[in-house]
Design a protein. Structure first.
Length: 146
């Protein structure tokens, strides 16, 4: 027997005898509607119907859960890709910036070396030019005084 607080049912056997069993209710209480009397066969059929409904609801719930799980997986995959893409861009930009700074330093050193070489050539050529100018002046002035 069940101890559930649900309304009682009257069970009747398949034969048309007078045997009636009342579960969970007083015998003297009036029957509310005609479905209160049931045979074992109708109880089994009702139980099978409830089982089919429960299975259909469970399958629908499972299908909905699978759909939601797939959408969550796809959203997580997309979010992960976007996060990875953003992190990759940040890391790539940092690498490019570091490479840029290294190349810029090489260019600065080359420019400083070029400037030093130019200044050295200017210093050397200034003495050569001064000597050449002095020789030209001597020649011109020397010819004038001769």
């Amino acid at each position: 027997m069940s101890s559930s607080p649900r309304r009682g049912r009257i069970l009747q056997t398949d034969y048309s005898g007078e045997d009636v069993f009342v579960l969970g209710q007083d015998v003297r209480r009036a029957i509310d509607h005609p479905e209160a009397m049931a045979t074992a066969t109708s109880l089994v059929l009702a139980a099978e119907t409830r089982q089919r409904r429960a299975e259909e609801e469970a399958e629908a719930l499972l299908a909905a859960a699978r759909t939601e799980a797939e959408s969550l997986r796809e959203a997580a995959r997309r979010d992960g890709w976007e996060a990875g893409h953003a992190e990759g861009l940040i890391a790539g930009r940092a690498d490019v910036d570091a490479e840029y700074r290294r190349h810029l330093e090489v260019i600065r050193r080359a420019a400083e070396e070029g400037r030093a070489i130019r200044d050295g050539i200017v210093d050397q050529s200034a003495a050569v030019i001064a000597r050449a100018a002095m020789l030209v002046v001597r020649r011109v002035v020397g010819e004038y005084y001769e």
